[in-house]
Every structure is written in C-alpha cells, then in structure tokens.
Design a protein around this ligand. Structure first.
Ligand code: ZLV
Ligand code: CA
Ligand code: ZN
Length: 379
C-alpha cells in the first residue's frame, strides 16, 4: 500500500522573521510552497494547519524561565539573557508566538504519525535544531525537533532515531537526549574546526545510559556529493538497522549546497535529492515506514532551498520529480521580481551525485572521518 503523507503548513509560518536582513528569511518557505504547488507536487494534498505548541509541550524540553524570557523579550528587550538579542537571535515582535507555532507544527506532524493517520509527515518550517533548554542559539528559539521527539516519548515510544543532514551540528537535539538511550541522534556536518557551533566531534557519543546513542560525522570543507553519500552509507544504515527505530525523524537543512553562503560542503541539488531518497529508503527498511520530515537551514533563498525542498516534499509524497524538469515560467517570473541573482532553469544542477569528482586529499579526509566515527560508536 502506498504511504499516506501529511504536510503541515500555514502562511503564518512566514512570521518567523528574525530581522529584515537576517539570513534565515522566510521567503524561502513561500518560494518552496509556490514551486511545489506549480509543479503539481501538492495536487490533492490536504495540508494540516498547526496550533502553537502549549507550555506543556515546550517545557518537556525548555525551562519555564526561558519561556518567560522569550514571551517578555519584545516588551523588555534589555538584559534578557538566554541567548536573546544577539546578532544570530535578534528579538522580534511576536517571537514567542511565531516560534511556538513552528514547534506546534512539528508536534502536529508527530501526532499525525502517532495516531495512525499518516505514515510520513512534513514540517518544512521546523528543524530549529540549535535551541537549548534555556537558551536561543543559531537562529533557533524553540527546538521543535526536540519538542516533537519529547512528545513522542510521552506517548510511550521507546526508540526514536534522529538523523540531521543540515550542514551544521545538531547540537540542541543531541544535548536534549544525550543520556537517553531511547533517542539515537546522528548528525552529519561540516567539521567543527571549520564551522559554527564548533561541536559534533566523534568523541561526543552520549553519556550514562545514552552512551553510544549520539553519533557525529564531521566532514571536511569541499566534501561534495560523492564524499557526503559515501560517509552517510558507511555509518547511518547499519546503525538504524540495529537500532530499529519506531519513527525516523530527519532534519533536512539544505545548507550543504555549494551555493550556500554560510558553509562549504559543496553538495548539489542532485546530491541533496539522493540524500532524501536514501532517508526515505531507510524509513521504509528500518522504521516501519514512519518518517517525520523537518526543514532546517538553507540560505541560498532563490537558487537552492525551493528546488531542494520541492524534491524533499516530492520524495515524502512518493511523487519524485524528474531532475530534468524545467522550472515553471510563472515561478521564475515571481522569483525574478524579488532578486537580481540569476535563477536556475531546471530541477537539477546537472550533477550525477555518484560521479562527482573529488580530490585525493578530500577523499582521504572523508575516509578518516568515517573511521573515527565508526571507532567511536561501533561495537
Ligand atoms: O542552519 O549571522 O557564527 C539551522 C541552522 O543550522 C555564528 N553564528 C556566531 C558566532 C558569533 N555569531 C556570529 C554572529 C553573526 C550574526 C548573524 C549571520 C549574518 C549574516 C551572514 C551569516 C551569519 C552567520 N551566523 C553565519 N553563521 C552564523 C552562525 C549561526 C549559524 C546558524 C545555523 C542555523 C536553522
Ligand atoms: Ca547536521
Ligand atoms: Zn544549518
């Protein structure tokens, strides 16, 4: 039987705008939904409209005093602390409401799966993986990934796998479940010596009962499609095969792309499409088909995120989009009205992800990253 997929969406997600010129611009979500719609990917798909996460939901992960700070910050912005009011996390009007709505979206997606109404559920506004229990970080106010996982644990789930393919380390989710063997967190990311937040070393493998259930794969700048996929396949499938999660939660940041202004892993749209297909295959083979898909980073707002996440939506809906498919003229015209950057013309970068050329030096460094991670977590 073909899987049922729910898509969580509300135009109110666009109110998560940290500041006018902040890299995390919600136009990327608007452009993604427009592109997916115009390509027919969302034909007949009923979207689920979220409610804000409740304090009960949020305090499974965050401290009550942090919630109080987030609520009051726009009205009393001086000396609020908790990572609020920095260049990465400016204070904005309606900050609590916009952030709680995104977390509510991820809980709604989890609920659709837990209640058996969906096998897969997508919240592209989610994936805010850096927020900590009592502090905002890296553009993230509430950690919707952790809030959704904590909700699933509350329902009695005993094994949840979290795989984070954003170019940054999934530090907030790792920290939330670091000593909990019910949640296996795996993050692929650019090496901590070369990218914020500077964590995600293979030696961070969990503690106490959770030892062995945190996994980190740091990759060198310039890794590229073939190197990234090689590392992924050397580590992730065997871990998920032995863990046998009841749900696979994925953070699908698109900031691994070579056009992304924040990082240097140098993947293509075609490589990212291959990642999404691998995640779907793993959900089917190891997690009983249960797949909770979250967004994440991605700062090439016009050239990358809309195409990459349209492939992600299409993958989750089993309506794979041919990479050769041209971009709809209406979408290009709309995007052209918003940017002076040249726009792509098709759903591909013209790369065959399995044949990306990569230099010997990068190859060696990818292979030593794989070995280091395997030494840390494989029995
Ligand atoms: O994609 O930021 O480097 C999930 C995600 O993973 C830093 N932050 C820290 C260290 C001191 N700050 C830098 C302050 C910069 C202020 C605003 C930018 C503005 C323009 C262009 C780039 C940045 C920026 N900020 C680039 N990298 C940072 C990181 C945070 C990255 C968060 C990734 C979030 C949504
Ligand atoms: Ca990551
Ligand atoms: Zn990121």
């Amino acid at each position: 039987m073909s899987p049922r997929t729910s898509v969580v969406w509300t135009p109110d997600f666009l109110s998560y705008q940290l500041s006018d010129d902040h890299p995390l611009n919600p136009v990327r979500l608007d452009l993604t939904m427009r592109l997916a719609t115009q390509l027919g990917v969302l034909d007949g798909v009923e979207t689920l409209a979220p409610e804000p996460a409740t304090d009960e939901d949020l305090t499974r992960v965050h401290t009550p005093s942090y919630l109080t700070a987030v609520r009051s910050a726009p009205h009393e912005p001086w000396g609020v602390g908790h990572g609020l009011g920095t260049d990465d996390n400016p204070i904005f009007l309606g900050m609590h409401e916009a952030s709680a709505l995104i977390a509510g979206g991820s809980v709604l997606a989890a609920r659709a799966i837990a209640e058996g109404r969906a096998d897969r559920a997508v919240n592209l506004a989610g994936g805010l993986h850096h927020a900590m229990a009592d502090r905002a970080a890296g553009f993230c106010v509430y950690n919707d990934c952790s809030v959704a996982i904590a909700w699933l644990l509350e329902q009695g789930y005993e094994r949840i796998a979290y795989v984070d393919v954003d170019v940054h380390h999934g530090d907030g989710v790792q920290a939330a479940f670091y000593d909990d063997p019910r949640v296996m967190t795996i993050s692929m990311h650019q090496h901590p010596l070369t990218l914020w937040p500077g964590t995600g070393w293979p030696g961070e493998y969990g503690k106490g009962d959770g030892a062995g259930y945190a996994v980190n794969v740091p990759l060198p700048p310039g890794t590229g499609d073939a190197g990234w996929l090689r590392a992924f396949h050397a580590v992730v499938p065997s871990l998920l095969e032995s863990f046998r999660p009841q749900v696979l939660v994925t953070e699908c940041g698109a900031d691994t792309h070579s056009d992304d202004p924040l990082a240097n892993l140098e993947l293509s749209i075609d490589g990212q499409r291959a990642i999404y297909h691998s995640l779907r295959d793993l959900a089917e083979r190891t997690a009983g088909g249960k797949w909770l898909v979250l967004g994440g980073g991605g700062y090439s707002l016009f050239r990358v995120v809309p195409r990459s996440w349209t492939h992600l939506l299409a993958t989750a809906l089993d309506r794979d989009v041919d990479p050769a498919r041209p971009l709809p003229a209406d979408w290009v015209a709309h995007a052209a009205g918003l940017t002076r950057h040249p726009l792509p013309t098709a759903m591909t970068d013209g790369h065959d992800p399995s044949f990306t050329p990569w230099g010997d030096d990068v190859a060696e460094r990818v292979d030593s990253a794989i070995l280091e991670t395997r030494r840390a977590v494989f029995p």
